[in-house]
Design a protein around this ligand. Structure first.
Ligand code: SF4
Length: 248
């Protein structure tokens, strides 16, 4: 077995172990109350979906706070109260509170997302992912929301699989995230070129482990954060030290 194959196996095994770790509260914003609600997929799954719809053209922490801020304005987290809002009322809240960079457009997307959850998912956004679907099905369902593109649809599905441990038939469409740590580790391992694009990283992970390309995320993120620093990597402490070609 080549050094590269050895490393791939180690990373897949470590990724699998990390994936099996129990659910922990996810941090989406700097607001603990908002994070608690966004983690509550059982009672408020619409907040998670609406946050995904908002996540474009602005800082993601600000975007993920929007459903929480709207719920404060209407004094309710319940979907039934969101459903009572007209498009104009939502526009007013967005503009008064300056929730987004594009308030009119994003207010419309927010309103349309509520209508879609009502019409397609029987007022329960968790029906998007509840029926043990294929990863591609969940991504496609997210893509049907106005304002959600491939990047966010994949990210949302990633979060559901990895962080919320939502059962899915497969992980074929769960791509690696082009995170800065993950990318640096892939470069140093010699898997991708020094000036690789995000697409190169994504296709490399698909090539290495088509069954679940995103499996590398967790292990490489950990290595990048703990040992594979941008400067002076702590190779002697890293568990890939014996096989890594260390392209610095
Ligand atoms: S051995 Fe060094 S260069 Fe290779 S992944 Fe680990 S820390 Fe990075």
């Amino acid at each position: 077995m080549s050094n590269k194959e050895k490393i791939i196996n180690i990373l897949i095994e470590r990724g699998g172990d990390l994936l099996k770790q129990p659910y922990k509260l996810n941090t989406f914003t700097k607001n603990p109350e908002a994070d608690k609600l966004l983690n509550n997929l059982e009672n408020y799954p619409h907040l998670f979906v609406l946050a995904c719809v908002m996540d474009r053209q602005i800082n993601s922490e600000r975007a993920w706070l929007i459903p929480y801020k709207v719920s404060k304005e209407i004094s309710s987290y319940e979907f039934s109260t969101f459903l009572e809002l007209s498009q104009n009322q939502i526009k007013e809240i967005f503009n008064n509170k300056k929730l987004h960079r594009f308030n009119d457009l994003m207010a419309e997307n927010f309103y349309l997302a509520i209508q879609k959850i009502h019409n397609n998912y029987r007022d329960n956004a968790s029906n998007i992912w509840k029926d043990n679907p294929k990863s591609a099905t969940i991504i496609r369902r997210f893509l049907e929301f106005k304002g959600i593109g491939v990047k966010i649809a994949t990210m949302a599905t990633n979060i559901l699989a990895r962080e919320f441990k939502i059962p899915m038939q497969d992980h074929l469409c769960i791509d690696i995230s082009p995170d800065v740590h993950v990318k640096r580790v892939f470069k140093r391992l010699g898997f991708i070129s020094k000036d690789a694009s995000n697409e190169e990283l994504i296709y490399c992970a698909r090539e290495l482990h088509p069954k679940y390309p995103g499996i590398f995320d967790l292990s490489c993120f950990e290595i990048g954060k703990k040992w594979c620093n941008p400067k002076n990597p702590k190779c002697s402490e890293c568990y890939l030290n014996d096989d890594c070609i260390k392209i610095i």
